[in-house]
Design a protein around this ligand. Sequence first.
Ligand code: IPM
Ligand code: MG
Length: 367
Amino acid sequence: MLVAILPGDGIGPEIMAEAVKVLGVLELGLVLETAPVGGAAYEAHGHPLPESTLRLAQAADAILFGAVGDWKYDKLERALRPEQAILGLRKHLGLFANFRPAICYAELTHASSLKPELVAGLDILIIRELTGDIYFGQPRGRRTAPDGAFAGAEEAFDTMRYTRPEIERIAHVAFQAARRRAGGRGGKVTSVDKANVLETFQFWKDVVTEVHRDYPDVALDHMYVDNAAMQLVRAPKRFDVVVTGNMFGDILSDEASMLTGSIGMLPSASLDARNKGLYEPSHGSAPDIAGQGVANPLATILSAAMMLRYTLQQPEAADRIESAVRAVLAAGLRTGDIWSEGTRRVGTREMGDAVVAAITGKTITTS
Ligand code: IPM
Ligand code: MG
């Protein structure tokens, strides 16, 4: 099995090094091949998603992705900005189903900005459609200044669009995920839209309702996106699976991730129709702390576990990683983002080493 390792920018290389270390000790016979992506690839090859990186991603059985982006590229023309790498990979590889779990680990209940009773035991799954919507509509804007600014332009717009097959396939993914989470039957899907204002999302709502006929055991409700944003902080445990479009999913998944105390803990998967996937932490490249050895590598390590479970069919290895992460948290180790009084603050490498030690059966001691 070939795994493409795309570390990217900012803290990407540091957190990826720890995930690679963890995959290494599992001795699964994986072939890992690294390629530049994002700003790092722009520096090296003049493009955020060079042909060679795209080819590796296409050839690989799965992709482990770090993070891309840095403010210093804000002035580049849009096609050359780091973010285009991840958008390009999603589009070229047909990665339309984005799974963003928000799980509140028992040890981290107090790291949430919400009251502990609101988030204790929280386990929701946001399923975001990833290759349609306003993200891939027609952008229009006349740039007048050489630095890419819109100074002097009269108008700019992007078109919001969804086709029936795009909505149908993500709806199927959501209903099936709800069933799986409920142990084979049942579960609940909340479809988030803005049908009161947008035609695109009235259509979304209608198509999701049609697909639901195939899943009578799964409960379905519909919610406007503004209300969903409110309910997520008012009573997040009312949700099970949330399915929504690309733009609303981008926003709501960041919101949901923070309920858990740290975005530094959350993995994500972007899958194609045959379960090939790109796996990445839900957080970004955090250029403000890059190179300091303080970033939390657990989201990337847990992304590797998700990759083993969903794409590489190695559930036992995935279990071993996830139990190791729980053991490390239980032992009181914390990177700065999840640190609280009475726990032990560790750096990126120390956290990765502790996960490795937990996998190989060594005991972790706190001091
Ligand atoms: C995400 C990110 C990306 C997105 C950016 C980097 C293009 O915010 O994966 O959520 O908007 O999809
Ligand atoms: Mg986002």
